[in-house]
Design a protein around this ligand. Structure first.
Ligand SMILES: [Zn+2]
Length: 277
C-alpha cells in the first residue's frame, strides 16, 4: 500500500541537505455531541466544557527542507490517513528540482489538510553562524522565499535553529535574536519545535522507531516540555521517509498517535497566539 503512495516521478538521485528541525474528526464530533447533550439535560455548567477542552492535546507534524525526495510520499500518506501536516520549504531546493515548483503547488492546493510555510530561500547555505550574524541578509533571504514560493501565511522556521516568535512571546538564542526581531517587526511568526524525529546524517534514515517516537510525544505532553502547554510541534524531514520501509514507520507512528483520542492534529497556522496571518 505504501509503495503506491510514493511519488513515481521522482528523480532517483537523493538530495541530502543538512538541517539540524483537523482535528481528529471523530473525537471532535464526540466532544461537541457530549457537550450538547449535557446542555440539553441542564447539567452542564460551562466548566464542564473547559474540562473537556483541557484534555485535548494538539500535535503539529512539520516536515522541513522540501521539496525533495520524500516530500510527495509524505504528503500522500497524510492525505490517505486524513492527517494535517505542515511543510516548511526552501526556495533554492524548489529551483534545483525539475518538478520542484510542481511539488510546492501540490502542497498549497492540499490546504487545509496540508500547509506550505517558509524555511528560507537558501537554507543559510548551510553556514548557520555566518547567516545569522548578518541579520538583514538573512531577513531578505526569508522575504525572497516568501515571494518566490508565494507562501500563504507569515510563518517561518529558521534553518538549523529552534526559535519562537508569536504575538506576545519571543524565545531565541543570542545568535538568532537579531533576525527574529526583524521578522517580528515585519509581522512574521517564527515556530521552532518541541520534539525532533532525528535522522542519520549519512543515510538520512530515521534514528528512532515509530514506537519510540510515540513514547517521546506522550512524555513531552506529560512533563509539559513544550513551548505552549498541550501543543506539541514535531520536527521531521521529508527525506527521512523517501523509502517504503521508513514511510511505513511514519504511518505506524501516526496510527499509534491516532489511538489516543485526546490527540488531534493541526497545521501550524492553528498554533496558539500567532500574529494575524
Ligand atoms: Zn532545514
Amino acid at each position: 500500500m505504501i509503495k503506491q503512495l510514493l511519488f513515481k516521478g521522482f528523480s532517483a538521485s537523493l538530495l541530502f541537505w543538512v538541517c539540524y528541525a483537523c482535528s481528529d474528526a471523530t473525537s471532535k464530533t464526540k466532544t461537541i455531541a457530549d457537550t450538547a447533550a449535557l446542555h440539553t439535560n441542564n447539567i452542564l455548567p460551562a466548566e464542564v466544557k473547559n474540562t473537556i477542552d483541557s484534555n485535548q492535546k494538539v500535535i503539529y507534524l512539520t516536515f522541513d527542507d522540501g521539496p525533495q525526495h520524500g516530500t510527495m510520499a509524505v504528503a500522500r500518506l497524510c492525505q490517505q490517513l486524513h492527517i494535517k501536516a505542515s511543510f516548511f520549504m526552501v526556495g533554492s531546493h524548489a529551483e534545483q528540482k525539475s518538478d520542484g515548483f510542481k511539488i510546492v503547488d501540490s502542497i498549497k492546493r492540499a490546504y487545509p489538510l496540508l500547509l506550505l510555510a517558509n524555511h528560507s530561500y537558501s537554507h543559510a547555505y548551510s553556514k548557520y553562524r555566518y547567516f545569522y550574524q548578518h541579520p538583514q541578509t538573512a531577513f531578505d533571504d526569508f522575504i525572497k522565499n516568501q515571494q518566490l514560493l508565494a507562501v500563504p501565511y507569515k510563518i517561518i522556521r529558521l534553518p538549523g535553529n529552534s526559535a519562537w516568535v508569536t504575538q506576545n512571546r519571543l524565545k531565541a538564542s543570542d545568535l538568532v535574536k537579531p533576525v527574529c526581531n526583524l521578522l517580528n517587526n515585519a509581522g512574521y511568526n517564527v515556530t521552532g519545535w518541541d520534539v525532533e524525529w532525528s535522522f542519520n546524517h549519512k543515510t538520512a534514515n530515521p534514528v528512532q522507531s515509530a514506537d519510540k517516537m510515540t513514547g517521546m510525544i506522550d512524555s513531552a505532553f506529560a512533563k509539559d516540555k513544550v513551548f505552549t502547554k498541550n501543543h506539541l510541534v514535531l520536527l521531521s524531514h521529508d527525506r527521512m521517509f523517501r523509502s517504503p520501509q521508513y514511510l511505513d514507520s511514519l504511518a505506524r507512528f501516526i496510527q499509534l498517535l491516532q489511538k489516543n483520542k485526546d490527540y488531534r492534529f493541526e497545521t501550524i497556522d492553528h498554533y496558539p497566539q500567532l500574529k494575524p496571518l
